[in-house]
Write a protein that binds this ligand. Sequence first.
Ligand code: ZN
Length: 179
Amino acid sequence: MLSWVVRRTRLPLLSLRCVDCGSESATTGKGRFRVNANGKLLHVWLLVRCVSCDRTVKIAVYERAPVRSFDPAELDRYHANDPELVASTLLDPLIARRNRFSLDWTGAWRLDAPPVGLAEAWPVQVEVVFEDPVPVRPDWLIAQGLGLSRNEMLRRVKCDIPLRRSRIAGFTFTVMAGD
Ligand SMILES: [Zn+2]
């Protein structure tokens, strides 16, 4: 079985309307958290910037959370703007929903797909693995990875999942020999 991998090449942008300039796009830049202690309560925000006017927007990660509920090592990672923590925070669907943004993955990911060669023993099975939760339409992805038009892809590919619906979970498909 061949393995294809979907992975991010950078952090996606946030689709988030700016109250100042009306732009619909914000970026984490290098990634910065703000941690504020208020007595025994902590607020943690991820700071993002409007891509057109640079206005800073605070994405709530924790609000009024008891200080003692934090592992000190975790707090250190927020203070240090740990890049992995920036990524996992940005990609956390609950945080996105609570803060009412979605992710714009345009140009922020790639498909690593070894070519399916002419010498293969047909049919060929391909497994698609998602290293990052990039929502992609399987029909588009498979056609792209095989270098086929969508119509030719549909003739040659057998797959049990809905091909037109974006997904972020792995799947497999089978490619039949061409004519
Ligand atoms: Zn703006």
